[in-house]
Design a protein around this ligand. Structure first.
Ligand code: PEP
Ligand code: MN
Length: 375
């Protein structure tokens, strides 16, 4: 029997033991050839049933003379390529989205709360994703407690809500300074209490993330770890917000997929951070993809901040890119500041002095109301 001669039963009638065209979310569609035999159809339907979470989530409908088998593909589904190679199959539409929790909901009908996420940092009364432009500033790495305290006091006085600084540093060379480690976390914790400033610091290993989460207001996942799925999952099990830096070669889709890993483990508080990407352009450390900000606004509910320091790699270019980030609609910035950039143990070339940082903050305070923000 060929499909052309098949009478398609009306809605609600069963074919091959399956309900027709039920109203549920369908994520994979297999389009059968008009000449598919009954045996070929049965093979596709059987595989769809195995791939689906429940047999009743497989449906068959007719579209322009083709039978279309739809089902809710899950983690154990046959690879779409596998379906494509079956006899009697014309095409496969894999509608499985990479991310749904990170997406901007169209309305409330999907059960998710409406609108954009706002990530609260209660310790400093900051709300990332609100009309507040949140500034995070500090050294690339925690070096010693005196410098950290002096930096925290200065950036706080200039208007920063959070102190940045890595205790654990992912470095390109194993011979470069790797951070002071656990001791650095203790320094950050003490400085946080003394100054009343929030802390954002990087976690590099799944096993160490809880220690970071104990002291940090925000757990940073670095660019190099954006694809580290065990780390992302562990971050998703923590009770602290996660700052997810964009992988230096990651597309927006891959970046939002990484955010989805954190969200799908139960942590709703993810902040994206654009920090520049690798391009053919060789005039700066990376290329700041400022144009991604309005696209994130279109596609995702997550707040996004910009790191102009790692993007440009040069202190004199940081203020203009920080101002651009605010003007373009970012929810904040992450900036490197050091008491004496010349003696910084890492990224000295891109660190701002206290004076330049203070001047930048004055500029940002001036720009903010023009774009409907406050600092
Ligand atoms: C950092 O912010 O400390 C850092 C290492 O940046 P990135 O992960 O963006 O390179
Ligand atoms: Mn750095």
């Amino acid at each position: 029997m060929i499909v052309r001669s098949l009478k398609i039963p009306a809605f609600g009638v069963t074919l091959l033991g399956l309900r027709m065209a039920p109203e549920h979310v369908l994520s994979m569609r297999v389009i059968l050839s008009t000449t598919a035999t009954a045996g070929q159809i049965a093979r596709v339907v059987g595989l769809a049933g195995q791939s689906s979470s429940a047999p009743e989530n497989v449906s068959i409908e007719s579209r322009n003379g083709h039978l279309v088998v739809s089902f809710d593909a899950g983690p154990h589904s046959v690879d779409p390529v596998g379906f494509r190679s079956l006899p009697g199959v014309d095409a496969v539409e894999d509608a499985q989205p990479i991310y749904t929790l990170a997406a901007l909901p169209a309305d409330e009908s999907d059960g998710r709360p409406r609108g954009r996420s706002i990530v609260g940092i209660p310790f400093v009364d900051a709300r990332i994703g609100s009309d507040q432009f949140v500034v995070m500033a500090g050294p690339c790495a925690v070096e010693n407690e005196d410098d950290l305290l002096a930096t925290a006091r200065k950036v706080r006085a200039s208007g920063a809500s959070l102190l940045r600084g890595g205790a654990f540093k992912p470095r390109t060379s194993p011979y470069s300074f790797q951070g002071v480690g656990g001791e650095g976390l203790e320094m950050l914790a003490r400085v946080r209490e003394k100054v009343g400033i929030g802390v954002v610091t990087e976690a590099m290993e799944p096993d160490a993330i809880e220690k970071v989460a104990e002291i940090a207001d925000i757990i940073q996942i670095g660019s190099r770890n954006m694809h580290n799925y065990p780390l992302l999952k562990e971050a998703g099990r923590q009770a602290k917000p996660v700052l997810l830096k964009r992988g230096m070669s990651a597309t927006l889709e891959e970046w939002l997929g990484a955010a989805e890993y954190v969200l799908s483990e139960g942590n709703p508080n993810v902040i994206l951070c654009e920090r520049g990407i690798r391009t053919f352009s060789a005039h700066s450390r990376h290329t700041l993809d400022i144009g991604v900000i309005p696209v994130i606004r279109e596609r995702s509910r997550l707040p996004v901040i910009v790191d102009p320091s790692h993007a440009t790699g040069a202190a004199e270019r940081v203020p203009s890119m920080a101002r651009a980030a605010l003007a373009a609609g970012a929810d904040g910035i992450l900036v490197e500041v050091h008491p004496d950039p010349a003696r910084a143990l890492c990224d000295s070339r891109q660190a701002l002095t206290f004076e330049i940082f203070d001047k930048l903050m004055t500029d940002l305070v001036g720009i903010a109301p023009v774009v409907g923000r406050r600092i």
